[in-house]
Write a protein that binds this ligand. Structure first.
Ligand SMILES: [Zn+2]
Length: 517
């Protein structure tokens, strides 16, 4: 007899990208972005401008549209990329998920929204630990679909614990909502009887993040190959770039293929894509512009309005990779060289924003950047400034990865420092959306240079202003520098490209994910 009661689907998540070299993330960081339990998850996901990233809203909308279901919200914690999560908070979250999930049993399926490059102060694979715990609680027969950021460092237990592994396919990440919807479709299929099989291959390549764009390049070719090879046997192909700064044993470019039934089909396709990645290995080295050259370019476009405007990406101080968003190298160099018509954002300095609010619009003062030094890269800098504009920092993302998301940047100030207008914020976030300038009344179209503290997601937010040929990636010191040889690695697999010579790889067989016992 058919059981016609609507399926009960548990929703949970833990989503943060962690940089081993950055200061720890605390519970407060999650509370400031997204921390929800129970029914509040689905209620927030159904809002027009939720605070969470769009996978869960996409999942919920697709489940709503595809038939009856009973959502069972468990717990969802998300934060801006940061350092490793304080282990006590992760334990608290894990226990909350465990208690709530056990209390919700029986469930018919589980959706997990995860980043996949999390760390705690004691654990290098908290995402895998969480997936494994969820699998143990719901038992083997219950379908689990997971969505992951393409910067995930994929562990064997992640792949083993999920039934369907769904990674983002675009960088900038503009397909989060679609991947959530894909997870919903996969769950519907599995509720209909499909029992997927997965294959994982990891390469000894830890690509600098600037080499992981998906419009073109070595990584884009892997993703494209996977999509070209989609066929009725294959449920999902995820080429995962990994996140070097996690400095974890699972770091590296990897391929996860989920087949509907046929494990050999998954293995063969994973191998084909991994072999392409390996063939492309010489192209996973960054090519950046020196600071002197960047200054010269900014001076030139400032003087000659017939030249196309330029975007300068401070890729080494990307809050989207755990950077503090407060290094002054570009600000100081542009200001002291006399660059004109520049915007710079968004600079994380709550003390300076508070002082600007206290002084008011129009005030002239000595702006002291980084009066509290947060890392060795966050050098103090003092310059004469004028307060141009002030806001409370509440906004809704307009374009790119934050589009449609409710964001709180805290008290914000636009400070004119010579020819550079700096947007100072109080809650750290990467400069991926033009709204961060526009809410201050600044006109991006009039700027000659726009400095963004972002590695690559600004490309999705600022594409109406800057084509790829107008983007300059600047080589500077910082917590997210693509020059990986400048870091002291402790846990990365070695030897590995791009750090070592004579790296070899041959696909290991069998490819069946196994526990590292
Ligand atoms: Zn990512």
């Amino acid at each position: 007899m058919l059981d016609r009661s609507p399926p009960r689907v548990a929703l949970l998540g833990f989503s943060i990208e962690c940089n081993k070299f950055a200061p720890p993330a605390t519970k407060a960081h999650f509370l400031a972005r997204t921390y929800l339990e129970g029914d509040a998850i689905v209620a927030e996901a159904r809002l027009p401008t939720p605070t969470m990233l769009p996978e869960t809203p996409g999942f919920v909308a697709a489940m709503d549209a595809s038939g009856a279901w009973i959502p069972v919200g468990i717990a969802l914690a998300m934060a801006e990329p940061n350092g490793p999560v304080e282990h006590a908070f992760f334990v608290e979250l894990r226990d909350t998920i465990s208690c709530r999930l056990r209390a919700a049993l029986p469930v018919d399926a589980v959706y997990i929204c995860s980043h996949g490059a999390g760390l705690t102060t004691e654990e290098d694979d908290p995402d895998g630990a969480l997936f494994e715990m969820v699998r143990e609680i719901v038992s083997a027969g219950v379908p689990i679909a997971g969505t992951l950021d393409l910067h995930a460092n994929v562990s064997e237990r992640m792949v083993e614990s999920l039934d369907v592994f769904i990674g983002y396919r675009t960088n900038p990440h503009l397909d989060m909502r679609e991947r959530g919807a894909e997870a919903a479709a996969a769950i519907r299929e599995m509720l209909g009887g499909v029992k997927p099989q997965r294959a994982l291959i990891r390469l000894p390549i830890v690509p600098p993040t600037v080499t992981l764009l998906t419009a073109a390049g070595p990584y884009a070719e892997m993703i494209d190959l996977g999509q070209r090879r989609m066929n009725p046997k294959i449920m999902n192909v995820s080429a995962m770039g990994g996140f070097a700064f996690a400095d974890a044993p699972e770091c590296g470019l990897s391929v996860v293929v989920t087949a509907r039934h046929d494990k050999r089909a998954a293995e063969a396709l994973a191998r084909e894509i991994a072999e392409l990645g390996w063939a492309n290995r010489a192209r996973f080295y960054p090519r950046l512009t020196s600071l002197d050259e960047a200054v010269a370019k900014a001076l030139a476009v400032g003087r000659d309005r017939s030249l196309p405007a330029l975007a300068f990406a401070d890729v080494a101080d990307n809050p989207g990779g755990g950077g503090r968003g407060n290094t002054v190298f570009l600000l100081r160099a542009f200001h002291e060289a006399g660059v004109e018509g520049a915007l710079l954002g968004v600079f994380y300095d709550p003390d300076l924003a508070a002082e600007a609010h206290q002084r008011g619009v129009g005030a002239h003062f000595e702006a002291r950047f980084n009066r509290c030094e947060t890392t060795a890269f966050s050098e103090p800098y003092t310059a004469s400034a004028t307060v141009e504009a002030l806001t409370g920092g509440n906004c809704v993302g307009r374009q790119g990865i934050y589009a449609g998301m409710r964001l709180e940047l805290g008290p914000c100030a636009a400070l004119q420092v010579g020819g550079v207008t700096v947007v100072v914020i109080s809650h750290r976030v990467q400069c991926a959306d033009p709204i961060f300038f526009e809410m201050m009344g600044l006109d991006i179209r009039r700027a000659r240079s726009v400095v963004v503290k972002s590695r690559g997601h600004f490309r999705g937010g600022f594409d109406e202003f800057f084509g790829p040929e107008q983007i300059v990636e600047v080589d500077l010191p910082g917590l997210t520098s693509p020059m990986l040889n400048r870091f002291e690695w402790k846990r990365l697999p070695r030897p590995v490209i791009p750090l070592d010579d004579n790296v070899e790889w041959r696909p290991a067989w069998p490819l069946t994910p196994h526990r590292g016992r």
